[in-house]
Ligand binder design. Sequence first.
Ligand code: CMC
Length: 428
Amino acid sequence: MSEQSLTITDNRTGKTYSVPITDGTIRAMDLRQIKVDPEDFGLMSHDPGFNNTSSCRSAITYIDGEKGILRYRGYPIEQLAENSSYLETAYLILNGELPTRPELDAWVYEITHRTMVHENIKKLMDGFQYDAHPMGMLISTIAALSTFYPNARKIKDSAVRRLQISRLIAKMPTIAAYAYRKRMGLPYVYPDNTLSYTGNFLKMMFQMADSYQPHPVLERALDVLFILHADHEQNCGTNAMRSVSSSNVDPYSAMAGAAAALYGPLHGGANEQVLRMLQDIGSVDNVPEFITKVKNRETLLMGFGHRVYKNYDPRAAIVKKMAYEVFEVTGRNPLLDIALELERIALEDEYFIERKLYPNVDFYTGIIYQAMRFPVDMFPVLFAIPRTVGWLAQWEESREDKETSIARPRQIYTGYNERDFVPVEKRS
Ligand code: CMC
């Protein structure tokens, strides 16, 4: 018997089975042979939140949640945040290697020259209510892009796929800024190809009647935040991307699904909730009372805890440090003191220690975004823009993976057995 195998004894029948172990996993389909009788469907595993189920092979992002390690294509997140730019990191995530200078220049040129959106997108935006949440507008507009690029349905053609990837990375900041401008009742600002990815985004967001130049510190800070959010292996949004696209739908429709997943308060919507939580707490003096509420399970400490990290989220450490650099330019956000006090108390408290709850990436980002003048409901949008490359790299990887098949889980049926239909007049 191979050492790389698992022996299972079914105590219902006394039978023993040997199941191969590959890459530290067993294949769920190998359990199907375990039956009580020939009529039996066979054993399944039950894992509603994918807590211990691998759904794919991926060479993009590595996380060691116990040690607090995050790497894209083998490069530590700390080194990328220090030395790279968002578009360079995006190239790395997509292609597996850092670009040479000519490759980088060509890539930046390609993205920069695809930032404009069809004029009809403005009409689409105009149809939303004045107070529509920008994330709802973003999700809808991403889905709508599939109608502008019907060729994107040719998902088996790698050149067609590449084109949609560039389009989406390029157009996300434009759509995001349009959503904000619509919300504010301001005219839309066209992209400026002389600026960087984040510089252009800041201009499309904040230009008023005067000429606008992004502040280099804020432009770089946003670029670093974008690097930190670029990918995070099989999180809820990425799983949605892979799951929706497994039906062979076009990438715009699939990415609308991924962005919708990200919008939720347990995922990318958490940064918005953190800010609202800090505002509700109101002052450092109220922190102990709030922590008591969390321990009594009346509320969650938003921005804390993670499915994978059982240590300090390495992204949160970088964001926390960067907050001080941003505040040098914008002035200190008073909510920082509440956040620092929350973190201090939580990290010393048995409730949080026992459960290995540490700050995640969302804990400090909102304080920075707010200092940079982004309204709170734009925060999930600021997560979705950079995550685009992660979704698309994972999509591309899944398209080339022979193991990819339509995502279609099983269930444990808990409903009625067969029963006869009762006409309405005979129902009591
Ligand atoms: N505040 C208070 N208690 C918490 C928190 C929190 N933020 N997070 C987890 N717990 C408790 C939870 O109640 C449970 O306690 P017990 O074992 O006594 O029932 C224990 O810790 C384990 O939590 P879990 O919910 O089983 O863990 P999970 O892996 O299913 O959930 C999570 C992970 C991120 C959804 C959760 O920690 C959470 O809701 N955090 C707040 C929302 C948040 O900040 N989300 C952003 C995640 S990072 C960015 C991203 O990738 O989207």
